[in-house]
Design a protein around this ligand. Structure first.
Ligand code: URA
Ligand code: SF4
Length: 278
């Protein structure tokens, strides 16, 4: 199944989901939207009243400020992927409950799997908690963490800046750092191991060669390649976050793997980053 079909099936499951009680009060589920080959994925909290009406994420006041933040980051809304921890609106915009987050979790995990983004930006504490458990947003906002070639950036929720004006500039400044981070993430992409002889990888590597598995006897799809171990530069500040162990992989070969890679692309970080629709 290709990623378009995988996403469409996922969206349909979300629209008809009854895994938690929020299905009874929703008008529309809000699966998420954006190009499936987006490099950056934004994860908010849950739909509000406007999102529930339209079935689209961040279309209310918080969404308007998010558009300003995209502009500060040189991003266009239609070039990024936007979704939420919860796909259905909690009544009265109350906080998501742990059981709801758990019930809805597979959908978000599948979205990350399908998108395989270079950068994940969390908006607010509920999406932050998925990747940065037991952290305070006031301390870590805007600071990227790299795990296996993917960068995770916790940001304040745009709605927070609507309530607390002083956060506006803080958020604009944090978002202004995204272009450089994205550039770094692109450079850190690693080509699949099997097509490259060790000598190539060693020559291209600034530091010690990464422990790569020997090439398999028969050609295999790049996505099935062994993942170099010990790639993450993430220093967990608390107990390790299971969500950050490794980026999930789509369990099928890409349809259009990139044929070759510049030497600098083979240096560090990302086990196998294939842009599916370049
Ligand atoms: N707030 C969110 O967290 N998500 C939305 O989609 C809208 C508002
Ligand atoms: Fe299903 Fe998630 Fe909606 Fe609950 S919030 S009904 S788990 S889609």
């Amino acid at each position: 199944m290709n990623v378009d079909a995988a996403a469409e099936r996922l969206y349909e499951r979300v629209r008809t989901c009854d895994l938690c009680p929020l299905w009874t009060t929703r008008t529309n589920a809000v699966p998420g939207e954006g190009p499936l080959n987006a490099e950056v994925m934004f994860i908010g909290e849950a739909p509000g009243v406007n999102e529930d009406r339209q079935g689209r994420p961040f279309v209310g006041a918080a969404g308007q400020f998010l558009d300003e933040l995209f502009a500060a980051a040189g991003l266009k809304r239609d070039g990024v992927y936007i979704c939420n921890v919860l796909k259905c609106r909690p009544p009265g915009n109350r906080d998501p409950q742990p059981g709801e987050i758990e019930a809805c979790r597979d959908y978000l995990d599948e979205q990350i799997d399908i998108l395989d983004p270079l950068v994940i930006v969390t908006l607010g504490r509920f999406s932050m908690a998925k990747f940065f458990p037991n952290q305070a947003i006031s301390r870590i906002h805007g600071q990227p963490k790299e795990v296996a070639g993917r960068f995770y950036v916790p940001m304040y929720h745009p709605a927070a800046a609507l309530h607390q004006g002083s956060l506006r500039q803080v958020m604009l400044d944090d978002f202004a750092k995204l272009p450089a981070l994205l550039e770094r993430a692109r450079k850190a992409q690693v080509r699949p191991a099997p097509p490259f002889p060790m000598a190539f990888v060693e020559a291209a590597s600034a530091g010690p060669a990464a422990p790569l598995a020997p090439p398999p006897a028969a050609p295999t799809p790049p996505e099935a390649a062994a993942v170099p171990a010990g790639m993450a530069t993430f220093e967990p500040e608390t107990a390790s976050a299971p969500e950050l162990a490794a980026p999930p992989r789509l369990a099928e070969a890409p349809e259009h793997p990139e044929p070759s890679a510049p030497p600098e692309a083979a240096t560090a970080g990302r086990p196998t980053q294939i842009r599916l629709f370049d």
